[in-house]
Write a protein of this length. Structure first.
Length: 277
């Protein structure tokens, strides 16, 4: 698109965390390093189960004396509940925040007095900038085209970024299988956090047997959750499909053999896939 455009995160919810122990509290829970979060830099992170399974993802912003967490409404109540459980005796105040709004901006913009945060999306360099604003309809976006959720989802798929509420499963998905290592969401140096031992073991012991890949659809009509088979053998499963692009969870050994031979994936049902990334 030549005209600047934006996506409105209509399902974003916000949590405020403040208090003398807020930094230490978050540092002991989340996958990323809270010390990298400043008033000028947002971080992307996750909360896991003790077994290393995905519970929620979120962006963390620092404003004055508090941290602001942005997550999807699907994960919101459970994330709030988990944070309050882990709080124990920490000097931390956890509260819901209303009447602020989230946008993804593709193009240049000048902040106005009601802009709370404007910064590059920390996951990838080419998936837009995040704008947190006090208005649900900022005038600074009047000249921008608005894209819908499917269009934004397609942008994420093309950049190998899971759209978490569509593409991940609570209490099941593993971060390294879903490319989170390459989305600036995990610190390998910060020390312990919930689920750290399992996540580190998968990385350093080379236990990754499957992971997500982005494909261009050369022929066929794929559907979400469809199994990918070659010569009767299950080699993967489709996670999301948007136009001529799809995201699939694939067996690593199978994909590596295809990449070495520079071949398409020709599935038993007539689906033909080419590697996009």
């Amino acid at each position: 698109m030549s005209v600047p455009y934006f996506y409105k995160n209509s399902n974003s919810k916000f949590i405020s965390i403040e208090g003398a122990d807020s930094s230490e509290f978050l540092q002991n829970l989340i996958t990323n390093d809270i010390n990298n979060c400043t008033k000028d830099k947002v971080i992307y992170s996750c909360l896991l189960t003790p077994q290393g399974k995905f519970l929620s993802d979120f962006f963390i912003f620092k404003t004055k004396n508090k941290f602001l967490l942005e997550t999807h409404e699907l994960f919101y109540e459970n994330l709030l509940k988990k944070l309050k459980i882990y709080k124990l005796r920490s000097n931390v105040l956890i509260s819901k925040i209303e009447n602020i709004y989230s946008f993804i901006i593709f193009g240049d913009i000048e902040k106005d007095k009601n802009s709370i945060i404007f910064c590059e999306d920390p996951r990838r360099h080419n998936i837009g900038h995040k704008l947190i604003h006090e208005s649900s309809n900022p005038k600074i976006l009047d000249s921008y085209n608005q894209i819908n959720e499917d269009e934004y989802h397609e942008i994420l798929i093309k950049n190998l970024v899971p759209f978490s509420h569509y593409d991940l499963e609570e209490n099941k998905s593993m971060l390294l299988e879903n490319n989170f290592e390459n989305l600036n969401s995990i610190s390998w140096d910060k020390g312990c956090y919930v689920g750290q031992e399992i996540t580190a073991r998968m990385k350093y012991r080379a236990l990754l047997k499957k992971k997500i890949y982005t494909f261009n659809i050369m022929s066929g009509f794929p559907k979400k959750d469809q199994k990918i088979k070659e010569k009767g053998i299950d080699v993967g499963k489709i996670i999301s499909v948007k136009n001529k692009t799809l995201l699939a969870m694939m067996k690593v050994e199978f994909v590596e053999s295809k990449l070495k031979s520079n071949k398409y994936i020709e599935c038993d049902d007539g689906l033909v896939l080419d590697f996009a990334i």
